[in-house]
Design a protein around this ligand. Structure first.
Ligand code: NDP
Ligand code: HEM
Length: 493
């Protein structure tokens, strides 16, 4: 049955030509409708089922296809086929998103930005599902759903009061580093083109000799960092809520293809235990002077999706999609994300979500999975559907160079992080003292005080105590503006 031949006229979904798409069937010109109008019923029934559940987080997003090209040899660290030679090109897809808003919410909201990448390598799909920040608010997944609720709507009013997030952050001091990024200038990037991306977690890579290194992935924008001021972001949320979606689409349409330079930071496996910062703590970075950026390649976006729903809404990224040469680390958040994403996809898209074209590997694949809702890839035909067998079914390779991951200890609920002030405030202090200039500090204080305007004093107090531990001027800069009428309206959520 060929789908190739273009039909010259409109049909119903099973192929019958539509003779009239303007008038429903009625009993006489002024009479009631006829139930036998199969065309009308089909149209309405399909329409009623067109929405699928939106992503529980990162619901508003946009994306494009592209190419990754290796520009520097990292095979001494990583044997992954996509890095195997300088000049090697791999097809990619990327999706960018805000986190807390619904699928119709404003692109310019103050929020971290999702930075998800799919690499269709010759040895399977590698997904790097990161953000525009190298860190995150929490470091134990047990807190994730609680944290996300503070960013979502309040159960009774269906509004988004900001005091909920400050109440949570006031109890979770490890969040402060990311809170300072969020309320700093990079909390309102112009669009994906003008922001960096980070794998954020510590991952592992290993070479052909089975030597493992811990690694962090960085994608630096070649368009330069550009952010909206808080005022501009709020104004555009009303006037052009899809600003960033349009920005990327129009740039690619005009042949102005955005690029990011991919780098890695590499830590020898043996250094992890003695490093001054916990190397698997997602609320910390590895300072560049300790682990300098090593160039890897260029990530370019050069093709718009042909259909938003098909390619972007149905894209399913999962941190557990790894290829030989790239592995996990003990980071608790990463470990949990490996389970959480495919679970979300089975709910949102169905068990056969891997068959949706944007999610499909572009290399030969053989599994023993069969059946399930909407199986449309031939379902293995008459081939053997169990293993082991002597019926010619696919066999395991018996080969993986990944070195074993050392684990030890008794199962329990541990607080693994040394929770002293250095742990909570050490890197926020460096950020305040060394990265932000006086103007950026002032903008940070203004943005925070605006957002804390609806917080009761008890919540303000616990946050001000945290700010004071970073720098007394930080606390004073926020406190002094809390009760003065804001220069700017409340930031959008
Ligand atoms: P560096 O001086 O080498 O790096 C500072 C980093 O800060 C650069 O990567 C820069 O990104 C980034 N940066 C600049 N302005 C902002 C902002 N408003 N919000 C977020 N990031 C910003 O110093 P270190 O590596 O020693 O890091 C010092 C501090 O910088 C860290 O404690 C952390 O708070 C922050 N940081 C560190 C990163 C890392 O991976 N080491 C990454 C991002 C931030 P760019 O060069 O692209 O402008
Ligand atoms: C999306 C869970 C932490 C980045 C999602 C989704 C879930 C989820 C369920 C929706 C998936 C879908 O329906 O398609 C979690 C959990 C986390 C966590 C349980 C912590 C334990 C993080 C972190 C980052 C991140 C730390 C970034 C470093 C993203 C991105 C998306 C996403 C970018 C959107 C993916 C897309 O574009 O489709 N997350 N998340 N998440 N998450 Fe997380």
């Amino acid at each position: 049955m060929s789908q190739e031949k273009k039909c010259p006229f409109q049909t119903q979904q099973f192929g019958r030509p539509v003779d009239n798409n303007q008038h429903s069937q009625t009993a006489g010109p002024r009479g009631p409708m006829l139930m036998q109008d199969v065309h009308l019923v089909e149209k309405m029934a399909h329409f009623n089922r067109e929405r699928i559940p939106e992503r529980v987080v990162h619901a508003k997003g946009y994306g494009a296809f592209g190419t990754f090209t290796v520009t520097n040899d990292i095979t001494e660290y990583c044997m992954a086929d996509l890095f195997s030679e300088v000049g090697k090109r791999t097809e990619t897809f990327a999706r960018f998103s805000t986190v807390g808003g619904e699928s119709g919410s404003a692109d310019t909201a103050r929020d971290p930005r999702g930075f998800s990448m799919k690499f269709y390598t010759d040895e399977g799909v590698w997904d790097l599902v990161g953000n525009n920040t190298p860190i995150f608010f929490i470091r134990d997944p047990l807190k994730f759903s609680d944290f996300i609720r503070t960013q979502k709507r309040e159960p009774q009013s269906h509004l988004k009061p900001h005091w909920r997030r400050w109440d949570f952050w006031g109890e979770v001091p490890e969040a402060l580093h990311q809170v300072m990024f969020l309320y700093g200038d990079r909390g309102t990037p112009k669009s994906a083109r003008f922001m960096n991306g980070y794998g954020s977690h510590t991952f592992s890579v290993y070479n052909r000799e089975g030597i493992r290194h811990w690694v962090k992935f960085h994608f630096k924008t070649e368009q330069g960092i550009e952010n909206f001021s808080a005022d501009e972001a709020i104004k555009l949320a009303g006037e052009a809520p899809d600003y960033s979606t349009r920005d990327l689409f129009d740039a690619i349409d005009a042949g102005d293809f955005p690029k990011w330079k991919m780098h890695i930071q590499v830590m020898p496996e043996s250094e992890a235990a003695g490093y001054k910062w916990h190397p698997f703590d997602l609320t910390k970075v590895w300072p560049h002077q300790d682990y300098p950026l090593i160039e890897v390649g260029t990530f370019e976006l050069n093709r718009n999706p042909s259909n938003y729903f098909q390619d972007v809404e149905q894209a399913a990224f999962e941190p557990g999609n790894l290829v030989e040469g790239i592995g996990l680390s003990p980071d608790r958040m990463l470990q949990n994300r490996v389970l959480s994403y495919p679970d979300a996809h089975r709910y949102r898209l169905g068990v056969n979500y891997h068959q949706i074209p944007v999610n499909q590997p572009q290399c030969p694949c053989e599994t023993y999975h069969r059946d399930g809702t909407m199986r449309v890839d031939g379902n293995g035909g008459g081939s053997v559907d169990y293993e082991p067998n002597k019926m010619g079914g696919p066999k395991e390779t018996g080969e993986s160079i990944e070195p074993p991951m050392p684990v030890h200890g008794d199962g329990d609920r541990y607080d693994e992080f040394e929770c002293d002030d250095q742990d909570y405030y050490g890197q926020p202090k460096i950020f305040w003292n060394n990265v932000l200039d006086a103007d950026a500090r002032e903008r940070l204080c203004i943005a925070i005080s605006n957002s804390m305007a609806d917080s009761p004093q008890s919540i303000r107090d616990k946050m001000l105590k945290q700010f004071a531990k970073v720098h007394p001027e930080f606390a004073a800069g926020v406190e002094s503006r809390l009760d003065t009428p804001a220069d700017e309206p409340l930031p959008v959520a």
